[in-house]
Design a protein around this ligand. Structure first.
Ligand SMILES: *[C@@H]1O[C@H](CO)[C@@H](O)[C@H](O)[C@H]1NC(C)=O
Ligand SMILES: *[C@@H]1O[C@H](CO)[C@@H](O)[C@H](O)[C@H]1NC(C)=O
Ligand SMILES: *[C@@H]1O[C@H](CO)[C@@H](O)[C@H](O)[C@H]1NC(C)=O
Length: 716
């Protein structure tokens, strides 16, 4: 048991020390390890999770051993450039069946072996540049690499290329061939690969046999494409340097001279470029004058040109006349020069379809822009308006300007693609897009959008109604205002109903308030709240006044009656009581109320100054509002004084049940009080008056409580 443990421990230790002996890579992310520039002398231990990318560039690897990649079977990209690799063991890459990219450039490999590549079935990109090999292995080097698309090879030591070197390569798309010291090239070697999209040749001397299978080297009659890039010409100003190219250029259709400090091509030379269709002289130092000379001042030059690219030179003015005679010219790229302005009128060839004026410091566009344009790039200028009618334009690149609004769609009826990012655009709406009938794709991110409800709704739903797709990342549509939404993506902007329907919300709110006010007013009216308030106030005031002594009372009775019953009151009641002996003094509102006084005050005053309050009850009385109030007040007083000052006369029979509910007071008073009834029988009338007088008359002494006696002689 113990022995076993010890053995296990030792084994563990061994295992540990074995893996410890391999360095660790310091920067691994999920599926990739960037172990470049870590002074590694050995391939590091594989991380616990399988990775697909391993960068070992700029280390000190010297030899690649058989087991080095045993734990890296899932690797798709292996970068090992700029090490000191001298040897690679035959079986080293056997586990890497998934490898698509292998970079072994700038090492010290002096021999190449076909055995390395035997298992790399997936390899598409191979870079062997800058090593010390003199030839490409023993032949058939790339035979196993059936999927290879790009191949970079060669270096200062490569001396010869044989036919068999490229056998088996059929799908190759790009070859980069550094043959600066090449001495032997077997004719047709590259040609057997078939058509290759791009070949870059690094050769020391251009007079060297650049033959793609031609019979008579160094015949250049068939050289159609010349690309010169990043060439340092130390004495570039001693211009004849370029003359040596002349014989080379007779048949050339495409000429690219990029970043070579090229500053002139004389008219005589350019005029010979009769077959030239495509000319790219970007990133050089042409001035207006030199360019004008190259174009033979608009009188000649490379007349067959279809595309000219003179971007990023030192031009300062747009001189369309240089192009007028080029009747095949379709594309002009003038981007990256410093024009600041453009002339009002220009003379472009009618064939012109593409014009690139991006990054040229333009502040304004004019009718100089050719009407025939299909594609126009005016990005990254300082335009504030774009309003030139271009009826055939299908693509407009106008990002990076200072437009606040979308250009008027009516001016570009055929526009399909619109790029208007980073323009300070504040909004987009249906109306803006209405005239863009053909628009399919819009890229308008990075603007300073005002996230109004209309705009957010438009972007999140209506846009699709216009059959327009947002070409760029929808997340780049960011709100700049209102403050609450600043920095939020338009897709996530949420606005409250109140913000979105302000006027509607306001009207709803106002109607609500109005309704409540009306309701309250209605209720007040219905329940006579105002009157009650006033009455309570009046009653409180009355309470504070000292109660009048019996002797101070002005009237014997205040008569409360309905206007409709005034006939009876005037014809019967008043004469009978006032002309009696002794006469009783009655208070009638018609006769005795102070004119102009507040009716309620008058009523209260009258009731207070009267010994009794006489209610002439009838159907009319029940219907009269004022009578109700009088009754109410009296009722208040009844509770207040707790005395019997009310006399009820029933002018006609009233069924108590028929009295409307709101006259609950009357009902109560009628219940609690006996009343006198105006008799139908004339014989009873004197008795009625007698009883009434008794009820009203003031007793001689103050303690008289005759009213507590049954006062109604007739009780019904
Ligand atoms: C280019 O070739 C010339 C001889 O033709 C040689 O002197 C020169 O060193 C070569 N240049 C390079 C960079 O190999
Ligand atoms: C012109 O050259 C520039 C820089 O190389 C490139 O970005 C641009 O696409 C070229 N234009 C055309 C029309 O080929
Ligand atoms: C215009 O030129 C710029 C700079 O050379 C380039 O980035 C852009 O892609 C060109 N525009 C078009 C539409 O090709």
């Amino acid at each position: 048991m113990r022995i076993l443990t010890v053995v296990t421990f030792v084994l563990l230790l061994m295992h540990q020390s074995f893996s410890l002996s391999r360095p660790q890579c310091r920067s691994c992310e999920q599926t990739s390890c960037d172990c470049s520039r870590q002074n590694l002398r050995e391939v590091p231990a594989a991380p616990s999770k399988p990775i697909t990318e391993l960068d070992l560039s700029f280390n000190r690897l010297k030899a690649i051993m058989k087991k080095d990649f045993a734990a890296y079977a899932s690797l798709q990209s292996l970068i090992m450039n700029n090490n000191r690799i001298e040897t690679i063991q035959e079986q080293a890459f056997v586990p890497l069946t998934n490898l698509e990219k292998l970079d072994l450039s700038f090492n010290k490999l002096d021999t190449l072996s076909a055995g390395w590549f035997e298992n790399l079935f997936s390899l598409q990109h191979l870079n062997l540049l800058g090593n010390t090999y003199k030839m490409l292995g023993q032949g058939n080097l790339f035979q196993p690499l059936k999927r290879l698309k790009t191949l970079h090879f060669g270096g200062p030591n490569l001396q010869s290329v044989r036919i068999s070197d490229f056998s088996g390569l059929s799908g190759l798309e790009e070859v980069h061939f550094d043959g600066q010291n090449l001495q032997a090239y077997a004719r047709g070697s590259l040609r057997q690969i078939g058509s290759i999209k791009s070949v870059t040749l690094g050769l020391n001397d251009t007079k060297f046999f650049l033959t793609f299978g031609d019979r008579n080297p160094p015949n250049m009659d068939h050289l159609e494409v010349v690309v010169l890039k990043n060439i340092e010409v130390p004495q570039f100003y001693s211009f004849p340097a370029l003359f040596f190219l002349e014989p080379l250029l007779k048949a050339v259709r495409r000429l690219t001279v990029l970043n070579c400090k090229l500053f002139a091509i004389p008219c005589v030379t350019s005029a010979r470029l009769s077959k030239l269709e495509y000319m790219d002289i970007s990133d050089n130092i042409f001035t207006d004058l030199a360019f004008s000379q190259m174009m033979c001042d608009g009188k000649g030059g490379p007349l067959g040109l279809q595309t000219i690219n003179i971007s990023r030179n030192h031009l300062q003015s747009i001189n369309s006349q240089l192009f007028t005679k080029l009747d095949k010219l379709k594309n002009i790229d003038l981007s990256g020069n410093m024009f600041h302005s453009m002339p009002e009128t220009c003379y472009w060839p009618p064939t012109l379809q593409f014009l690139n004026l991006s990054s040229t410091h333009l502040r304004k566009v004019t009718t100089c822009l050719p009407v025939s344009l299909r594609i126009l790039d005016v990005s990254d200028n300082a335009l504030t308006v774009f309003n030139i009618h271009l009826p055939f334009l299908t693509e407009l690149y106008i990002s990076g300007n200072k437009l606040i609004r979308l250009p008027d769609g009516g001016l570009y009826p055929r526009l399909t693609f619109l790029f208007i990012q980073n323009c300070g655009l504040q909004t987009l709406s249906s109306t803006d897009l209405n005239y863009y009938n053909d628009l399919k794709s819009l890229e308008a991110g990075g603007n300073t959008y005002v996230c109004s409800c209309d705009f957010v709704a438009f972007m999140t739903s209506d846009l699709t109604n216009h059959r327009v797709t947002v070409g760029d990342d929808f997340k780049s549509y960011i709100c700049d205002s209102p403050d609450a939404l600043r920095g939020t993506s338009v897709a996530e902007a949420t606005l409250s109903v109140f913000e979105c329907h302000t006027s509607l919300a306001f009207s709803v709110l106002c109607s609500g308030i109005l309704a409540v006010v009306l309701l309250v007013a209605g209720l007040c009216h219905k329940f006579s709240v105002l009157w009650y308030v006033k009455m309570t106030w009046a009653w409180l005031r009355a309470k504070r006044k000292p109660t009048l002594k019996k002797g101070e009372l002005e009237y014997d009775a205040f008569v409360s009656y309905s206007e409709m019953d005034s006939g009876w009151v005037e014809a019967h009641l008043v004469p009978e009581l006032e002309q009696a002996e002794p006469p009783l003094r009655l208070c009638l509102h018609k006769r005795d109320f102070m004119p102009g006084g507040w009716i309620l005050d008058n009523i209260m005053d009258a009731i207070d100054k009267s010994h009794r309050t006489l209610f002439v009850l009838s159907q009319h009385f029940v219907r009269s509002e004022w009578c109700k109030y009088e009754l109410d007040y009296t009722h208040f007083r009844l509770f207040d004084h707790n005395d019997d000052s009310v006399v009820l006369i029933l002018l006609e029979p009233i069924d108590k049940k028929t009295i409307p509910k709101k006259f609950c007071k009357l009902r109560r008073v009628m219940n609690s009080r006996t009343y006198l009834e105006w008799p139908d029988d004339d014989n009873q009338i004197p008795r009625f008056w007698q009883s009434l007088r008794t009820a009203i008359e003031r007793p001689e002494t103050d303690n008289g409580n005759c009213l507590n006696e049954p006062m109604g002689l007739e009780v019904f």
